[in-house]
Ligand binder design. Structure first.
Ligand SMILES: [Fe+2]
Length: 249
C-alpha cells in the first residue's frame, strides 16, 4: 500500500486483487462440515435454511438492485442488470426467481414453509443482515458491488475463478449433494443448485471484471475494508447458527 497525499491511501491493482482473494479464502466456517456430512439433525437443519433465506437469499435481487442504482458506470450497470434480472426472474437460465427456487429445498425436505415467512433472526444473523443493508445501500456502488457479487455470491475458491492453475470451485455430482445424500432431498428439488451451476461461471467472471476493472484506486482500501467486515459478520452469523444447531467448535 502507498500513500498519495495526506488523506487517501491507494492500493496497487495486484495488491487489491490479492487482498480480496485473501478475504474470500477465509470464507470458511468450522461448522460447515457438520452440515455437509449429515451431523446436523433435520429439525435443526431448519434453522440453517430459514436463516440463509431470511439473511440474504430472499432479498438478494434487491441487494443487487441497490448496487445498480448507485453505479455511474454503464458497463458495470449492464453486468448488474443481467445478474438482477436472472436472480429476480430466472429469465436467462433458471426459469423461475432464484429465491423461489431456494424454497424447493425446504419443500422437498417436508419442512414447515410458513416458518420461512416469519424468521426471527439470531442476534448475530441480524447484525450481519444489518451490515449487508448498510453496505449495499449506503456506501457507494463499489462497496455494494463487491459485497454482493464477490462476498455473498462468491466462495472460498475465488482464486480458481481467476487463475487457471488454482484449485477450482468443486462441483460434485448432484447425487452427492449433502441434502440428497444425508437428508433424502429428491434430486428434482435441486433446481437452484442446477441454475447456479449454469450461470455461476459467468457471474464470477463478471463480478471480478467489474470490481478489478472499475473500482477507483483511491477506493480500493475502502472496498477491502468492507469485505473484511462482511467476513467478520458472516463468521459470527455462522457461529450463531452452529450454536443453535447444537454444534460445538
Ligand atoms: Fe442465485
Amino acid at each position: 500500500m502507498r500513500s498519495s497525499g495526506y488523506t487517501s491511501v491507494c492500493m496497487h491493482a495486484d495488491e487489491f486483487q490479492e487482498a480480496l482473494l485473501r478475504v474470500m479464502e477465509r470464507k470458511q466456517h468450522w461448522a460447515w462440515p457438520a452440515f455437509t456430512n449429515g451431523r446436523v439433525a433435520k429439525d435443526q437443519l431448519h434453522i440453517h435454511l430459514e436463516h440463509e433465506y431470511a439473511v440474504y437469499v430472499r432479498d438478494f435481487p434487491v441487494m443487487v438492485g441497490r448496487a445498480y442504482v448507485q453505479c455511474p458506470i454503464p458497463e458495470v450497470r449492464r453486468e448488474l442488470a443481467e445478474n438482477l434480472y436472472e436472480e429476480e426472474t430466472g429469465g436467462l437460465a433458471a426459469g423461475r426467481p432464484h429465491p423461489e427456487l431456494f424454497m424447493e429445498y425446504p419443500r422437498g425436505l417436508g419442512m414447515d414453509l410458513e416458518r420461512f415467512e416469519r424468521v426471527t433472526l439470531l442476534p448475530r444473523a441480524k447484525k450481519y443482515r444489518d451490515f449487508l443493508d448498510t453496505a449495499t445501500g449506503e456506501k457507494g456502488w463499489d462497496v455494494a458491488t463487491a459485497v454482493v457479487t464477490l462476498f455473498i455470491e462468491g466462495t472460498a475458491h475465488e482464486r480458481g475463478e481467476l487463475d487457471p492453475n488454482a484449485k477450482k470451485r468443486p462441483e460434485p455430482p448432484l447425487e452427492e449433494h449433502p441434502l440428497v445424500k444425508h437428508y433424502g432431498l429428491p434430486i428434482e428439488s435441486l433446481k437452484l443448485t442446477k441454475a447456479h451451476r449454469k450461470v455461476e461461471g459467468n457471474h464470477r467472471a463478471s463480478a471480478w471484471k467489474s470490481v478489478l476493472g472499475h473500482v477507483k484506486e483511491d477506493r480500493r482500501s475502502a472496498v477491502v475494508k468492507a469485505m473484511e467486515q462482511a467476513l467478520m459478520h458472516w463468521l459470527a452469523y455462522r457461529d450463531d447458527v452452529a450454536e443453535a444447531c447444537s454444534l460445538k467448535p
